[in-house]
Write a protein that binds this ligand. Structure first.
Ligand code: 13P
Ligand code: SF4
Length: 302
């Protein structure tokens, strides 16, 4: 691995490239990256990096977001087939129907969505900023796409608005059951339960803390407890263990993995940098329309 990391460092220098990675990618990918973070942090970084080439190690909507936020750069995505199924779980037709039916509706689009869906939305959110943004929107009606679990979580906190839900979900987080969490809790009664809001509401209700990947990482570092049940994709364990070598972490299920995030490997990053492929290409009009809700998010989350 050391040799591959050295080769990557050399390629990055030659090509004037920077590597961004999500916390759900493999440990070695996170090691190779210049910046690792949650979707919100990565959006901010995508907009401000100065290098000519940005390699986005994550799923395809993340590559698209980088291109939307920094369209003049060459954006490489090491595996084009790495896709988030939830990103496709809403439709433009339904957005149009909801807009017709409800006056004053804000279409709030979780960043885990295609550029096409974003282009028909008013504002994007991530799990790190959804509550703050939705709370502060002037609109009474909120159509929240695509994730129903995050939408339900936010709707319980923002009680003065009318939520219209959509049936999208993350197949990984959605699969965690109350029984699985209870079983680990029985084995480790002192452990705190930390939950990503993409999990079903019954699991979120068990959480001592509910938040984004970066929120979970921050919570652990600030907690006096030594043991934690982590209800999110296992990739976050890399950063959690780096920052908290003496604390213990348990997952509610053995195979708590996003198979798409795991498609990104050091070999594919090296190949992408050598060949300048695969690149993210988006039409100018799509960039113009889908950039707006992302920019709105970055402004409103401040
Ligand atoms: P965050 O890192 O923003 O919490 O998102 C989780 C996720 O599912 C990304 O695909
Ligand atoms: Fe999509 Fe879930 Fe994978 Fe995140 S963890 S990229 S929401 S499938």
């Amino acid at each position: 691995m050391v040799e591959k990391l050295e080769l990557l460092a050399q390629l990055k220098k030659e090509k004037n490239a920077v590597i961004l990675a999500h916390y759900y990618t493999d440990d070695e990918v996170q090691k190779a990256a210049d910046y690792v973070g949650d979707s919100y942090f990565l959006s901010e970084k995508a907009r401000e990096v100065k290098e000519d080439i940005i390699v986005m190690c994550g799923v395809s909507f993340m590559g698209e977001s980088v291109k939307l936020l920094n369209p003049d750069k060459t954006v490489l995505i090491p595996d084009e087939t790495a896709d988030c199924p939830m990103a496709h779980m809403a439709t433009v037709e339904r957005i149009k129907e909801v807009r017709e039916k409800y006056d004053d509706v804000a279409v709030v689009c979780y960043v885990n969505s295609t550029a096409e869906l974003k282009s028909h939305s008013d504002v994007c959110v991530t799990s790190a900023n959804a509550l703050k943004i939705v709370e502060n929107l002037p609109n009474k009606n909120i159509y929240f796409i695509p994730d129903r679990n995050l939408a339900h979580y936010i709707s319980k906190k923002v009680t003065d608005k009318n939520f219209i839900f959509n049936e999208g979900h993350c197949y990984i987080h959605n699969s965690v059951t109350v029984e699985e969490v209870k079983k680990v809790k029985n084995e480790h009664p002192e452990a705190e339960i930390l939950v990503h809001p993409e999990c079903v509401k019954e699991v979120a209700e068990m959480g001592d803390y509910v938040g984004s990947t970066s929120g979970i990482i921050k919570y652990v570092s600030g907690s006096s407890k030594d043991e934690f049940i982590i209800c999110t994709e296992k990739g976050v364990l890399y950063e959690l263990k780096e920052k908290n070598p003496n604390k213990k972490f348990y997952l509610p299920k053995e195979k708590f993995e996003c198979m798409d995030m795991k498609k990104i490997t050091l070999d594919k990053i090296i190949k992408a940098l050598k060949t300048n492929e695969p690149q993210v290409h988006l039409k100018k009009e799509l960039i113009e329309n889908a950039n707006k809700p992302l920019e709105n998010m970055l402004r409103l989350a401040k």
